[in-house]
Ligand binder design. Structure first.
Ligand code: UGA
Length: 431
């Protein structure tokens, strides 16, 4: 059954959720306070790069299942479900800023006149659904429900993840709300897990924190590999074959970034602290991730006898991972900034993230439109994002254009044996 659904917030989560739910057959109104963004979306312009999303948006706008508006109040009378998917950026102390969530709740409370299920989709601390409920109740005394359905989409894979999720978590207080949300997600295959609201809220943080832990763990094992002669790729493969551990998120490199892990692990640590618990393991996970970047920069500095002044370095990859233009908390950007501070001349290239990078790196680096341009005349190449395309480059020809055949592969993307055969002085992580 097609439901009338409002999605508040057309950021990453809101846009993917709205577009995909429309594609699943529901009638979706996506709301945002940003008029320019709404205008652009109405014209079919997607503000982010996400494989498959643009086609889904266009198709569903044409099919009239997906509309964009700045007017939440006018959309309310028909709504059966409202997803709150607004941004929850980190405050200076690491806590999530819930201002936009609460503003949405207030508007809903002031104008509601029938039963709806109000669902937190943004990543919000445990207790937020309760706070949302209380805010709505200040102005609305009729029946309604709050719920929490955290999202587990990966950037670059969001559309596929939406339609083939490992699980859909539905945090509710009663069966009526559960039934409505089970209907919303009925067209999507995958296990539906109905839980208490607080459990759903925590499942989100615990999942991201655990994935970040796996990466920091394997990065620490990589450190041991470098000191013992073991090869991290072999170790990680061997460890991952144990089905209790699994092979994913065991890729060693320059560490995790993005708009989620860094924010969520710090927020979970804060949440634990607020409850009087010192989350020791998570603190280690965070500091290992920082050290991993410093360790990589030190490798480069050591190679240049601690003097990067006027050395030309070619950076391949700026996005926090492949298949995205997102550079938020990107390890690559952090590393580039450290190299620039140390006096290096840095040529940068990325398949999608150059525009976003310009806003942050400004005129401190040289922007290149191809890997070939970045590499030409450089003293070393640094691979900082795991774009598969870098693997397929013609490294033999690139080598001829380099001033020195040196590679620092921060993502273990290339094969050491092949690179050595080609005559590169090849450095990577944990091998
Ligand atoms: C992450 C989670 O994977 C999603 O499940 C979650 O929904 C999302 O956060 C969110 O909270 O919104 P995402 O930030 O898109 O998704 O990126 P990931 O694919 O998880 O990668 C995060 C970082 O870890 C990247 O910088 C990546 O390069 C790094 N990484 C990943 C590794 O260094 N090693 C690995 O083995 C895997």
């Amino acid at each position: 059954m097609a439901l009338n659904i409002i999605v508040v917030g057309t950021g990453y989560v809101g846009l993917v959720t709205g577009a995909c739910l429309a594609d699943a057959g529901h009638n979706i109104t996506c709301v945002d306070i940003d008029q320019t963004k709404i205008k652009r979306l109405q014209d079919g312009n997607i503000p982010i790069f996400e494989p498959g999303l643009e086609q889904i948006v266009k198709h569903n706008v044409e099919a009239k299942r997906l509309t964009f508006t700045t007017d939440l109040i006018s959309a309310l009378p028909k709504a059966e479900v409202i997803f709150i998917a607004v941004g929850t950026p980190a405050l200076p102390d690491g806590r999530a800023n819930l201002e936009y969530v609460y503003t949405a709740a207030e508007t809903i409370g002031q104008h509601l006149n029938h039963y709806v299920v109000v669902v937190d989709k943004s990543t919000v601390p445990v207790g937020t659904a309760l706070a949302v409920e209380q805010i709505i109740k200040k102005n609305y005394t009729g029946e309604f429900a709050v719920a929490s359905c955290p999202e587990f989409l990966r950037e670059g894979n969001a559309v596929d993840d939406f339609f083939a999720p490992d699980r859909i978590v539905i945090g509710v207080r009663n069966q009526r709300a559960a039934d409505v949300l089970l209907e919303v997600f009925k067209p999507i295959q995958g296990q539906k897990l109905v839980t208490a609201i607080e459990s759903a809220e925590l499942i989100k943080y615990a999942s991201n924190a655990f994935l970040a832990t796996k990466i920091s763990f394997i990065n620490e094992i990589a450190q041991i590999c470098e000191r013992t002669g073991a090869d991290i790729e072999e170790v990680s493969y061997g460890v991952g074959l144990d089905r209790r551990i699994g092979p994913n998120f065991l890729k060693a490199g320059i560490g995790w970034g993005g708009s989620c892990f860094p924010k969520d692990v710090v927020a979970l640590d804060q949440m634990a602290g607020d409850g009087g618990y010192d989350f020791k393991l998570l603190k280690g996970v965070i500091s290992v991730n920082q050290e991993q970047r410093a360790h990589f920069v030190n490798k480069i500095k050591n190679h240049f006898n601690n003097n990067l002044q006027r050395q030309t370095l070619a950076v391949l990859g700026l996005a926090f991972k492949d298949n995205t233009d997102d550079i938020r908390e990107s390890a690559a950007i952090d590393i580039v900034q450290q190299l620039v501070t140390a006096g290096a001349i840095v040529n940068v290239f990325d398949y999608k993230a150059l525009t976003n990078s310009k806003m942050v790196l400004k005129n401190t680096v040289k922007y290149c439109t191809s890997p070939e341009e970045a590499v030409k005349g450089a003293q070393a190449v640094l691979v900082l994002t795991e774009w598969k395309e870098f693997k397929a480059l013609d490294w033999r020809t690139l080598k001829q254009t380099l001033a020195q055949p040196v590679i620092f592969d921060g993502r273990n993307l290339l094969k050491p044996a092949t690179m050595c055969e080609l005559g590169f002085d090849y450095h990577s992580i944990g091998r």
